[in-house]
Write a protein that binds this ligand. Structure first.
Ligand code: MFK
Length: 625
């Protein structure tokens, strides 16, 4: 038996009609028992809001996704400043409308209808079909129509074409059902082919990767990862390429993580076998190959077996497979032994796409959280009227703004390089900032999206709100395309290989970004913070140059973070000085610069990179008592 109300304090009982008051302590019929006349009376009078047929009258309004272009003051401000063309604005506005009203639902459908692998046809033939949802196919057509790869190659907006393309992807990404992954690799493959020279056998592929016609559009894979070689591609790649008499190769190997495996073609790495079957070990033994994914007349994949699809934490919308390459026909694109250097262009592009998706994930969760704060009330007022809640959202906003400006600046540099306008300083900056932006935004996306979920309370943890998927998908951003540590070491490598020129370019440009703020008193604390962080950075570099190589390796991650934070501070200040800037742009710059902008100097001062720390770290990690 279930009591209607046990406590005299229950509000439901106040003002109860006298003829019904005796039911106050009576019991309610259990399922299957007849309800009493009194109970029906109670229900009719509205005093049984939680009976079997009712679950209460309050339903929380859900957060609403509005046009992500119109909702993003910084994106619009940035474009007004750098790319004020009406054509770009109207296209982005229309696309934003489409994303909110149509594409976002497809993205959800991709999530709830993940790809599956069908190994055999009904008659037992091995077919290895990766079956994807209709929504995933819509994404492919949409990507072609909207020019999500093509814009970068049409270059209608000259040096700003990449900024325009990435602005579109930024709007699209959180609603794309992870279709941004195949687009990143497609863009990267087009870039590699273009840089090597568009001619047979890749001319047809290039035109298909960069077309706007859905029926011609191809996507590309990037098959780099093997069981031994995750990050360590150079020594871990086992796939061999056997030369054929017609000049092509047959590839034999096992690719352990191949993303968006329903691609039409791929770029991949393999070791060329000589006549004795021997190969050259290490990175210098790797060459770059182009292969098309095709089927024979019976529907079987030619030269490929799909071993299985991966069961992943997130990115479940997208097929990721283990592939056995069993005589896949391929064409060598690079010189022999220049595979890693040749695929580096692809890594640059995919790492920039990764950063766009990271900033976009942050922006999306902020947009939803701030909308929700107007719809949800607690403790007597809407969330937006609780200062602590708004402070939390403001901190997320500052992180998001910083990430956006850092990402767009790297896109700007890429656009300059591709349109032949890059100075030596731009080229150095692009090389240094590509790993920096990828590693920093990848990490921040997880932190901001996680905080964002919390702002929905328990609902942020509920699967069919669509919110948990944002967090799961954010987690991959710091892993694929180079983990945080691998990219931190890439920063060190590019500093060493350029004999410090990339750092010189960095400091020069960061200082020039501050120039416009010298007479803006409201920004003075921020300018001071960035200037002193730059001095600390220079001091750190001077000291580190005198130490053993292990010192810099221990400092690599903190150095990369410092580079990200200082440069982003300078970008925020620069943007706040623009004549069209808003008071919020200034406020965001001030808040950002309250961070420790140069953690590598702070930790250096505490002796964190001294030779004594690795054994202590190891003792701590393996402490068993
Ligand atoms: C939404 C976004 C979606 C993103 C799509 C993701 C889907 C795809 C998923 C994947 O495929 S994940 C697989 C990604 N794998 C990695 O990112 C591998 C991570 N490991 C590294 O990046 C290593 O640092 C690396 C494999 C590059 C190290 O290899 P090596 O052979 O030890 O490199 P080394 O000796 O430093 O450099 C060899 C050459 O490449 C040098 O050129 P040179 O011989 O001319 O001097 C380098 O300058 C060049 N190089 C290396 N890294 C470069 C680079 N050039 C430009 N940029 C770089 N980052």
């Amino acid at each position: 038996m279930m009591l209607v109300c046990a406590g005299s304090c229950c509000r439901v009982w106040r003002g109860v009609p006298r003829q019904l008051a005796h039911i106050r302590s009576a019991s309610v019929a259990e399922p299957g028992m007849r309800r009493s006349d009194e109970e029906h009376l109670w229900e009719a009078a509205g005093y049984l809001p939680f009976s079997r047929a009712k679950i209460g009258s309050f339903f929380q309004e859900r957060p609403v996704l509005k046009n992500p272009f119109l909702e993003d003051a910084l994106l619009r401000g940035y474009l007004r400043r750098h790319l004020p063309q009406e054509a770009a604005f109207s296209d982005l506005c229309a696309f934003g409308e489409r994303v909110a009203n149509e594409v976002d639902d497809w993205g959800r459908e991709c999530e709830v209808t993940p790809p599956r692998l069908v190994h055999f046809d009904p008659w037992g033939r091995r077919v290895d079909h990766i079956v994807t949802s209709p929504a995933w196919k819509h994404m492919k057509d949409l990507s072609a129509q909207e020019g999500l790869v093509a814009i970068g190659y049409e270059r209608s907006f000259g040096e700003w074409s990449r900024v325009y393309q990435m602005s579109k992807l930024y709007i699209f990404s959180p609603s794309s059902g992870l279709y941004t992954c195949p687009l990143a690799m497609t863009d990267g493959a087009a870039k590699v082919i273009q840089s090597i020279g568009v001619s047979w056998p890749t001319d047809e592929a290039y035109s298909r990767l960069t077309t706007r016609q859905p029926d011609r559009f191809w996507t590309s894979g990037q098959w780099m990862t093997e069981r031994q070689g995750g990050s360590d591609v150079g020594s871990g790649t086992e796939t061999v390429a056997v030369p054929q008499t017609d000049g092509s190769y047959k590839l034999h190997g096992f690719k352990w993580f191949t993303s968006a495996t329903d691609a039409d073609m791929t770029l991949t790495l393999a070791r060329i076998q000589d006549r004795t079957g021997a190969t050259t070990p290490g990175s210098r033994g790797l060459s770059l190959f182009y292969a098309e994914v095709s089927r024979d007349e019976e529907g079987r994949l030619k030269g490929i077996e799909v071993q299985r699809l991966k069961d992943k934490l997130g990115t479940r919308q997208m097929p990721t497979a283990e592939l056995l390459l069993d005589g896949l026909q391929a064409h060598r694109l690079s010189e022999e032994g220049r595979g890693v250097a040749s695929i580096a262009n692809m890594l640059t592009i995919t790492r920039i796409h990764n950063s766009v998706s990271a900033a976009a994930a942050m922006r999306r969760v902020v947009q939803l959280a701030r909308d929700y704060a107007t719809r949800r009330s607690a403790f007597g007022k809407p969330l937006k009227d609780h200062p602590l809640h708004i402070q939390t959202l403001a901190r997320m906003e500052v992180e998001t703004r910083g990430a956006f400006l850092l990402v767009m600046d790297v896109c700007r540099l890429l656009g300059r390089e591709e349109s032949g306008m890059a100075t030596q300083l731009d080229t150095h900056l692009l090389r240094l900032l590509t790993p920096v932006v990828k590693l920093y935004t990848g990490k921040q996306a997880v932190a901001v999206v996680s905080e964002g979920l919390e702002s929905f309370g328990g609902q942020g943890y509920i699967e069919d709100t669509g919110l948990p998927g944002l967090l799961r998908d954010a987690q991959v951003l710091s892993i694929w395309e180079g983990t945080t540590n691998v990219l931190s070491l890439d920063v060190l490598r590019c500093v060493a290989r350029s004999s410090g020129m990339v750092l010189h370019a960095y400091v020069t440009h960061a200082k020039s970004l501050l120039a416009g703020a010298s007479s803006v008193s409201s920004l003075a604390p921020a300018v001071k913070a960035v200037n002193s962080a730059l001095s600390e950075l220079e001091d750190f570099v001077q000291v580190a140059a005198t130490r053993a190589p292990g010192y810099l390796e221990l400092a690599a991650r903190d150095l990369a973070y410092s580079l990200a934070r200082i440069y982003t501070g300078a970008l925020l200040i620069d943007h706040a000085c623009w004549k069209g800037a808003s008071p919020s742009d200034t406020y965001a710059a001030l808040r950002w610069c309250e961070h420790d902008l140069c953690p590598v100097a702070t930790k250096q001062a505490r002796g964190c990179y001294d030779p004594s720390t690795p054994p202590l770290d190891a003792a701590l990690v393996y402490d068993r008592d």
